[in-house]
Design a binder for this molecule. Sequence first.
Ligand code: NAD
Length: 277
Amino acid sequence: MNISVCKNARTLPFASGMLKGRSAVVTGSTSGIGLGIAEVLAMHGADLMLNGLGDCAEIERVRQSLAESYGVLVSYSAADMLKPAEIDGMIEQATRDLGGVDILVNNAGIQHTAPVRGFPVERWGAIIAINLSAAFYATRAVLPHMESRGWGRIINIASAHGLVASVHESACVAAKHGLIGLTKVVALETATTGITCNAICPGWVLTHRVQKQIDDIAAREALSIAAAAQELLGYKQPSLEFVTPGQIGALAVFLCSDAAAQIRGAALPVDGGWTAQ
Ligand code: NAD
């Protein structure tokens, strides 16, 4: 497994010490969108707890690289998002290692595509557990810490599939619609406090899982990888460009700013026009 720190984060137009003194837990941050978000938060000064699966040596290399590049504390929890007790343990560890949790990004997610009548029951359970229930357990665990500090940001990484559906995506669409529902309830329950809760809804981002879909199209239709990528984008994403992890990270940083203090319970698409159709 080769994990590289998100290159495009460094080329984004703004960087600040805005999050200095804040600490963030980003679930599923050993690759893809989560790693991109973690890097942009660190770039703006936040201390981090990484989480996710992967090769221990690679994860340690990424942890050290983020800490050295941005001069922030970076810790790691191997908590399995299928296991509520491990999620509680991750928040306890973050409190010990980083001195508290100001920002929680619920990003970990898995996917499986199949028609409903043939959808494997075990995959359904795992997708609902990781993509939806884990966000509930982590939110439940951080709220007392955020309430005692009078400030917090909970950012749920949903999907265009939290707003609209596609065939063969029953578990992911159900989990992401559920995650947006959870986002609204948490936003209402914290509405008079300094804690906000919002969802970001990405369209296609070129991570491992999307690369696999492109490879499948290329093999099935005897296309080049570039042509298969354009075909995939053409199904749904009018911009015909992938969203980048850095762009999702930049929106997460904005949601952590004072300017975003009254954005509460929103589901914000970053999808190249997917859900405008
Ligand atoms: P990815 O596969 O690159 O990363 C998923 C992360 O979750 C990894 O760090 C992985 O280790 C972690 N993870 C998986 N199972 C876990 C478990 N049981 N416990 C702890 N960590 C676990 O995926 P990605 O494309 O970066 O997706 C990240 C999030 O963004 C997901 O919630 C996904 O649904 C959402 N999303 C992705 C896209 C896209 O186009 N890539 C689009 C919309 C939404």
